[in-house]
Design a protein around this ligand. Structure first.
Ligand code: NI
Length: 188
């Protein structure tokens, strides 16, 4: 049973729901669309580039993202002849339902990540630079995209949330140590 959109609220570490593995959405209906709309509102309100279901109290496989173009980022790798274009931003807020991520290449890069559910916690996380995502949109249609840079990072970060995985699980050990006191305070 899915809750009313008005019941959604941002969940902070160490809320147990952040550690739950979310279940696939069986039908993309009006309630799912309303919840996605509310998630986009909450993402904008909290100035995030992505927000996953568990972060608003849901346990379904859905996240939203709105990743702006970064003018300082290096250009994405050019697609080989005949292959898919590589995106680095969204064209506005997007909904990803039942997403599946595949790695396109083996190159991994560190990037300083934060998370709306872990305020003031930041640290380097290693992730593949370019990934392919396949998901359903808010109309229930399947789409596939290849992303790099911040977009690929956002997809992977939000997809991790759907499996109950947080940045503190993947963070560079030195960065994790320097966040230890703040995390302990949140756990109290
Ligand atoms: Ni997060």
């Amino acid at each position: 049973m899915l809750p009313e959109p008005s019941q959604l609220a941002l969940q902070y570490y160490p809320q147990p729901i952040l550690r739950i593995k979310a279940q696939p959405i069986e039908a993309v209906d009006d309630r799912v669309r309303e919840l996605a709309g509310r998630m986009i509102e909450l993402m904008v309100e909290h100035e995030g580039v992505g927000l996953a279901a568990q972060q608003v109290g849901l346990t379904v496989r859905m996240f939203v993202a709105d990743v702006p173009e970064d003018p300082e980022a290096p250009p994405p790798p050019a697609p080989a002849m005949g292959s898919e274009p590589v995106l680095t931003s969204t064209t506005g807020p997007e909904v990803y339902i039942n997403p599946v991520i595949e790695f396109v290449d083996r190159q991994v890069t560190p990037f300083n990540e934060g998370c709306l559910s872990l305020p003031d916690i930041r640290g380097d996380v290693l992730r593949p630079e370019t990934v392919r995502i396949t998901a359903l949109d808010r109309d229930g249609n399947t789409f596939t995209r290849v992303g790099a840079g911040l977009l690929a990072r956002c997809w992977q970060h939000e997809n991790d949330h759907l499996d109950g995985v947080l940045i503190i699980d993947k963070m560079n050990p030195g960065d994790l140590r320097s966040n230890k006191r703040k995390l302990a305070a949140m756990e109290r």
